[in-house]
Design a protein around this ligand. Structure first.
Ligand code: NAD
Length: 355
């Protein structure tokens, strides 16, 4: 079955979708776009697409059955609801909405309209994340107790709408939402505690008071503790992933570096009788573990998994052949975790809420 998509907001990400859909998804054609900027409309025309004069005109095109909303975040709700009411299926870029109240309203609209509504949480197909998830599911690390996931840049925030609070700028909604979504999909338990520091290191004036560096500590009901960090001013970086289980430790230094894993062998750890002298001075606790008690391995990142498995799933869902992989209810959990993290940071408290 063939489908036709219209894009509202044809900037960097709108163009990314256009390019990959056109190159990779045979049963989906991007017919046209609506963008408030004339130069983006002209660019769309130069690619052979139609540039609609308004969102209403795009939504009134009966050939279009799927709409992608890729505007700055504060416009997501307006366009998603308009598209659903016009009878279209909708993909919204992340963060799905500005807050959980907006999302609840949009989910109700989608229910009333009976249309497919999903979020482009593309980092569920990231290979480093899938590697950690697979290793945890295999049980070889034992029961995880600390999981750290971080992304760190050193350039600050791009000087566009991402620096403006009213447009939904800031790193919580930009990158935090990806890392939170991954963590929630990986740990099969509700979150029970959240403690966060959300900082404005470089954006402190009233118009640009967006968060640019943050850390969130989350405790899940099953006892797993997770830490998420988003940095934009880190000239030196820490590993992308660091996972401690009660049978092993796993580290992924960078997106494509693969994983280093060290498992404790199933042999008794015999403590020396006396103190050991190490680079850390006299200590037995922090001395390296005897080599014969551990097993080391390196796992390469899998071959590239196309993010456009996402589109195949959306189209299959529209055709009634599949269930959405990215469900709005899952996006709702991420929105609530972000709100709890802001509250924790603002009030200096640990938010104890089941999410
Ligand atoms: N999933 C991902 O990996 C990923 C990556 C980058 C951005 N995004 C998301 O995509 C969305 C767009 O980000 P971007 O990087 O493409 O930003 P961008 O600034 O490059 O593009 C936004 C476009 O929207 C247009 N626009 C602004 N207001 C509009 C309005 N009211 N109506 C119609 N068009 C309007 C702008 O003219 C611009 O062309 C954001 O929600 C962002 O969070 C997702």
């Amino acid at each position: 079955m063939k489908h036709t998509m219209g894009i509202i907001g044809f900037g960097g990400m709108g163009n990314h979708h256009y390019k990959h859909v056109t190159e990779e998804i045979d049963r989906l054609t991007v017919k046209g776009v609506y963008d408030i900027k004339d130069e983006r409309a002209e660019y769309a025309k130069s690619l052979g697409m139609k540039a609609y004069g308004s969102a209403e005109e795009l939504l009134g095109d009966s050939e279009i059955d799927l709409v992608l909303v890729a505007t700055p975040n504060n416009w997501h709700k307006h366009y998603v609801e308009a598209a659903l009411r016009a009878g279209k299926n909708v993909i919204c870029e992340k963060p799905v909405m500005m807050n959980s109240t907006e999302l609840a309203e949009v989910m109700e609209t989608a229910r009333q309209c009976g249309k497919v509504f999903t979020v482009h949480q593309n980092r569920r197909w990231d290979r480093d994340y899938l590697l950690v998830k697979r290793e945890l599911e295999s049980g070889t690390l034992g029961k995880p107790f600390f999981i750290e996931s971080r992304v760190e840049g050193a350039r600050g925030i791009p000087g566009d709408w991402r620096c403006t609070k009213v447009a939904g700028g800031g790193m919580m909604l930009d990158w935090g939402v990806h890392l939170i979504d991954q963590m929630l999909m990986m740990i099969d338990s509700p979150v029970s505690e959240i403690y966060a520091q959300v900082l404005n290191v470089k954006y402190q004036n009233p118009e640009n008071d967006v968060d640019d560096n943050l850390k969130i500590n989350m405790k899940f009901k099953n006892g797993v503790c997770a830490m998420i960090e988003v940095g934009t001013y880190n000239m030196l970086t820490l590993p992308r992933w660091y996972v401690c289980g009660d049978k092993g430790t796993m580290k992924i230094d960078d997106w494509g570096s693969g994983a280093d894993i060290v498992y404790a062998k199933d042999v008794e750890m015999v403590w020396e009788n006396s103190i050991i002298y190490t680079a850390a001075g006299p200590t037995r606790t922090m001395a390296p573990r005897p080599r014969e008690t551990v097993e080391e391995k390196h796992v390469d990142i899998d071959e590239k998994k196309s993010v456009y498995l996402f589109y195949e799933n959306v189209l299959d869902t529209i055709e009634g052949k599949a269930e959405l992989i990215v469900k709005p209810e899952e996006a709702m959990r991420s929105m609530k975790v972000m709100e709890a993290a802001f509250k924790s940071s603002d009030e200096g408290i640990c938010v104890k809420e089941e999410i």
